[in-house]
Design a protein around this ligand. Structure first.
Ligand SMILES: O=C(O)CCC(=O)C(=O)O
Ligand SMILES: [Fe+2]
Length: 330
């Protein structure tokens, strides 16, 4: 059956998010890879979200990134504001309520820190490649020792995981396994660490942790703090389905670049987070995009006379810049 036919039968009224085991993702056994790609295809067509287990990011790397993030967020507001991302082309710190992911809402109840590709050993100031890869060079706090190293270590581990997923996405779309290789040479991956203060008492529905939105890149790899339910995913029946943290897993979700590329065969599903746990919550998304000069033209197998292209063709970079301005520029 063609992808368009399969997609016409897709059912996104899911009430749970599938778990995919990546233990064998590097195998050369084509049968195993085919099974994995089929699981990825089903998840991307019907849900747009899946968990991955045996993902390869060491617990120690996660723990160091979390503890460095906690230290950073506990700095005084004035010192965090020295790195205000609105003054640095969207790299650095964003305070509570400075972003608004859902235009119907009044702001997101989280603070965050954002950065892009950077070599762990190179000095940021001389790494011109970093600017070419993304929007602006990274900025780092001077008063949070070990923060840059801990976050970059996690970043590179998550980018490696992301690179191992691209062949599965390609095979799931009946494309050669290396289809995305020449489109992801510069690792246009942006990472954020997020801190959601607890939201107690009466909740204004228009101010939540992160308002309903879709992600903008190809896919997101999300670590969420254990034992705190906050993330929810919207199904086609307009029901919010909980995506609780599951020990040993990460969440992967499709973003707009991949849904545009696949003419919506892969779903970029709306999600939000509300922290009503009574305690602080931290999460770490890594948004894996394609190189910014790549044009998001629909893949031919995702287009048919009955399913004409749904989106205007734009470059990946223009799309992300547009969405950054809309989210932080209010
Ligand atoms: O914190 C979370 O669980 C979700 C974060 C998210 O959706 C995002 O940053 O795009
Ligand atoms: Fe998101």
């Amino acid at each position: 059956m063609s992808l368009v036919e399969l997609s016409a039968q897709a059912d996104a009224s899911f009430d749970r998010i599938p778990i995919i085991d990546l233990a064998q993702v590097s195998t050369h056994n084509p049968d195993i890879i085919r099974v994995l790609a089929k699981q990825v295809r089903d998840a991307c067509m019907n849900v747009g979200f899946f968990y991955v287990k045996n993902h390869g990011i060491p617990e120690g790397t996660i723990h160091s990134a979390l503890s460095a993030s906690k230290d950073f967020f506990s700095l005084p507001l004035e010192s965090k504001l020295e790195l205000d991302m609105r003054k640095n082309n969207f790299k650095g710190y964003n305070p509570v309520l400075s972003s608004n992911n859902d235009p119907e809402n009044r702001g997101d109840l989280h603070e965050g820190f954002e950065f892009g590709w950077e070599d762990l050993v190179a000095k940021p100031s001389v790494d011109e490649g970093a600017t070419a890869r993304s929007l602006a060079a990274n900025v780092w706090p001077s008063d949070a020792p070990g923060f840059r190293e801990a976050l970059l270590e996690y970043y590179h581990a998550a980018v490696n995981l992301g690179k191992s997923l691209f062949p599965l996405f390609a095979l799931a779309l009946d494309l050669p396994a290396d289809f995305f290789e020449d489109k992801t040479k510069n690792s246009a991956a942006l990472m954020r660490v997020l801190h959601y203060p607890p939201q107690t008492g009466p909740v204004d529905d228009r101010v939540i942790g992160i308002g309903a939105h879709t992600d903008w890149e190809c896919f997101t790899i999300l670590w969420q703090e254990p034992e705190i339910q906050a993330l929810q995913v919207l199904n086609t029946e307009k029901r919010w389905i909980d995506a609780p943290p599951i020990p040993g897993t990460l969440v992967v979700n499709i973003g707009d670049q991949l849904s545009r590329w696949t003419n919506n065969v892969f779903k970029s599903t709306v999600h939000r987070a509300i922290n009503r746990s009574g305690v602080r919550r931290y999460s770490i998304p890594l948004f894996f995009g394609t190189d910014y000069d790549v044009r998001l033209e629909p893949i031919p197998s995702c287009v048919s006379p009955e399913r004409p292209p749904k989106y205007e063709v734009v470059t990946a970079g223009d799309y992300v810049k547009e969405r950054l301005k809309a989210t932080y520029g209010h």
